[in-house]
Design a protein around this ligand. Structure first.
Ligand code: NAG
Ligand code: NAG
Ligand code: NAG
Ligand code: NAG
Ligand code: NAG
Ligand code: NAG
Length: 404
């Protein structure tokens, strides 16, 4: 069965049964699935208010077939229903990644925030905080404050004391697409009442084959390149930074800087076992992005990451003003999460219509993780904000190309 899918003016034949949403032409309103679409020539993306999340990103592969290269759900409603909460495409906040012991100190006051990670018998809620707590930003609906054919802006007001954080934070997230096959995200956040930590990111999961690769449903054949990332943040058995900054020597498991490396090749290298914590095989690590200062993050030679899949030919190059980069290889997916209707093989019983272990990667531009607990790293200016100071700003440009 085939159905027609419209991207801009062109009708594209999609080798799948009827899609669960309308052709995404711009109306100024969400589609019947509750998604807000934006478009430019050759690229369309959809977003939902829940977590200001990207739910779909569509572009053509090297054979001219439209692929949806991010994970998500078929409709906005399901983001509230899903219990696994993998942070699909959202904006974790107000402080992304892990906070040791759910504690930090500002001006000699210790703040204890709500834990939600690594539960133990003594600490059933967890011993640290991941992505801003059990009701972090990407568990909440943002407001849609602006929507055009090529851009959308979300906002959130995070109240004083929420999840234990001091002070109110007001944030705007703007996403846009452009005719040169780019998806841009800009995030600003202002500490409106008190001094508080802020660190955001886009927690987008990628499979550049749209899970339609008929030879593998994993990303082991995707190539990753992190040209400025010769160092990682050392972590303990539960992925809490120890304070050590470690080298990633050429030819070792965390070397993605000396040359583009197939992710599957990393899995053949010593040290992959336990690399992402005790008992975990794979990647869930933070690399520093060391560009010689001063630099213009937009310049062609300052790209921070590149991901490519030979099967689809789709390549994603990332530029950002951020100075660290988390790469996660979907170690905790286990085949229990369904693919979207827009993804996978529909005409072949070869692979189940679910996300397998190592079926995706998350690429997060951010600052040094848990930098608020490591003043020796000198990241306080980038992570702690107050009304009289600078606003928090994150910019990231995702540029796509298709390699024949
Ligand atoms: C929206 O953008 C797409 C892609 O550039 C274009 O084809 C379409 O005509 C635009 N729609 C409107 C309503 O402006
Ligand atoms: C909404 O999306 C979920 C997950 O993608 C899917 O299981 C469900 O069937 C969808 N609901 C409707 C009404 O389409
Ligand atoms: C860890 O957090 C607990 C409770 O929030 C606090 O009592 C304790 O002092 C903290 N430990 C460290 C080492 O900060
Ligand atoms: C797998 O996909 C490629 C690219 O679409 C196609 O050329 C090839 O025939 C497919 N192979 C099988 C066994 O379906
Ligand atoms: C893996 O990549 C190689 C090129 O590096 C390509 O020839 C091969 O077809 C790819 N295999 C799969 C399963 O995508
Ligand atoms: C897969 O992971 C989910 C979420 O952690 C969990 O609820 C489920 O029990 C797991 N399934 C299997 C078969 O391990």
């Amino acid at each position: 069965m085939r159905s027609h899918f419209f991207l801009g003016a062109a009708a594209i034949v999609f080798p799948i049964p009827a899609l669960s949403y309308k052709p995404p032409t711009f109306t100024g309103s969400p589609d019947h699935a509750g998604k807000y679409w934006i478009h430019a020539s050759g690229i369309s993306a959809a977003f939902v208010p829940y977590g200001a999340s990207i739910s779909n990103l569509l572009l053509k592969d090297k054979n001219g077939i439209l692929r949806d290269v991010v994970t998500g759900f078929d409709n906005a409603t399901y983001y509230h229903i899903d219990k696994q909460h993998n942070h699909f495409g959202g904006v974790p906040g107000r402080y992304a990644n892990r906070i040791k012991n759910s504690t930090f100190t500002l001006d000699n006051t210790a703040y204890h925030i709500r834990p939600n990670d690594n539960p133990t018998p003594d600490h059933p809620d967890g011993v640290d905080t991941l992505h801003g707590g059990p009701d972090g930003w990407d568990y909440r609906d943002f407001a849609v404050v602006s929507h055009t054919n090529s851009s959308i802006t979300f906002s959130i007001v995070d109240p004083d004391g929420k999840e234990g954080f001091p002070g109110e934070v007001v944030s705007y997230i703007t996403y846009s697409v452009s005719d040169d096959l780019t998806w841009d995200a800009k995030m600003v956040a202002i500490a409106t009442t008190k001094k508080t930590p802020i660190m955001l990111t886009s927690h987008t999961y990628w499979n550049l084959d749209g899970f339609a690769n008929n030879e593998t449903n994993t990303v082991m054949n995707h190539t990753l390149y992190l040209p400025f990332s010769g160092q990682t943040v050392g972590v303990d058995s539960i992925l809490i930074p120890t304070g050590d900054i470690l080298p990633a020597p050429k030819g070792t498991v965390n070397d993605f800087w000396s040359a583009p490396k197939k992710i599957g090749d990393g899995f053949e290298q010593d040290g992959i076992e336990g690399n992402c914590g005790e008992g975990c095989v794979g990647y869930d690590n933070c690399w520093l992005v060391n560009r010689q200062k001063p630099y213009d993050w937009r310049s062609a030679d300052k790209m921070v990451a590149s991901l490519h899949s030979p099967w689809s030919g789709i390549q994603l190059d990332i530029w950002s003003d951020q100075e660290a980069f988390q790469f996660y290889s979907c170690n905790f997916q286990n085949g229990s999460m369904a693919l979207k209707e827009t993804q996978g093989l529909h005409d072949d019983a070869k692979f189940p219509r679910t996300i397998p272990k190592y079926g995706c990667v998350v690429l997060e531009v951010q600052d040094y993780i848990d930098g608020i607990n490591h003043p020796e790293w000198g990241r306080m200016d980038k992570q702690v904000f107050e009304p009289a100071g600078d606003p928090y700003v994150l910019q990231v440009r995702h540029k796509f190309s298709v390699v024949p």
